[in-house]
Design a protein around this ligand. Structure first.
Ligand SMILES: *C/C=C(C)/C=C/C=C(C)/C=C/C1=C(C)CCCC1(C)C
Length: 244
């Protein structure tokens, strides 16, 4: 009664997914405030990277605010909100790679290739999630297509253009930082396909009987690791790299 009058949304004590939605929201918000204010204390050439870090976690915070409500009100996965969030934040992570390697001559064509690959990854993933209707073949097909986009970004960060440009910066802090971001893409980003395979028709769901509600658990944990982690790596580069 009171909760409906005041529009209070309670978090059940036995619902870890609701818990991660709320914690995720708070963590993203705090990270965003941190990156935004720390932007003022780093060298000028890193200010834009810091702002992008703040935008990534800030955009995520707003989406978590709504996703948390959606989940609590319906008990369903907020697929559309999730993918809107990712479609804005993942390209911004590509912008981070571009900004970090710009001093070594990164061109906007690199930025567009990374954005194109990540948008391809997300559009195909969205089709798989929103329209497969629990059909295993569809889930696997769209998941496989999506993985092609993922592998492109992964390759670029480890062996491709991003990795080569990082070396050419001649700045050991940038080289180490990009290497750490590469690990985030390899390990942190790999959590997402695990969540994806928990949905009805996914291998972990049909094969191992993992609950489909785990989709959001994996996505929420992965988002906190990757979005805040990326920002912290950038912050670390900004405060430790040699002054230009
Ligand atoms: C802040 C959000 C991030 C870093 C989101 C990353 C999302 C992925 C790496 C998603 C990847 C997927 C696959 C590789 C296959 C299955 C479908 C996806 C979209 C979950």
């Amino acid at each position: 009664m009171i909760s409906s009058i005041l529009n209070v949304v309670a978090i059940p004590v036995d619902d870890p997914i609701a818990f991660t939605f709320f914690t995720g929201y708070m963590a993203m918000l705090a990270a965003s405030v941190f990156f935004f204010f720390e932007r003022g204390s780093v060298d000028g050439k890193w200010k834009l990277s810091m702002l992008v870090s703040a935008l990534i976690t800030g955009i995520a915070a707003v989406h978590y605010y709504y996703m948390r409500d959606y989940y609590l009100a319906t008990g369903q996965t907020p697929t559309a909100l999730r993918y809107i969030d990712w479609t804005l934040t993942v390209p911004l992570m590509c912008v981070e790679f571009y900004l970090l390697t710009k001093s070594a001559g990164a061109k906007t064509s690199l930025l567009w290739k990374l954005i194109l690959a990540s948008v391809f990854m997300l559009v195909t993933g969205y089709i798989g999630e929103a329209f497969s209707g629990g059909d295993s073949t569809q889930v696997a097909l769209w998941g496989t297509l999506s993985t092609i986009g993922y592998v492109y970004v992964l390759y670029s960060a480890w062996y491709g253009e991003v990795a080569k440009l990082a070396k050419n910066t001649g700045d050991s802090t940038v080289i180490k930082g990009i290497n750490t971001l590469g690990w985030f893409v390899l390990v942190g980003w790999a959590i997402y396909p695990i969540g994806y395979m928990c949905m009805p028709g996914g291998w972990l769901n049909t094969g191992l009987g993992w609950e489909s509600s785990n989709v959001d658990l994996f996505y929420n944990i992965a988002d906190a690791i990757n979005k805040i982690g990326f920002g912290l790596v950038v912050y670390n580069i900004a405060i430790n790299s040699k002054k230009a």
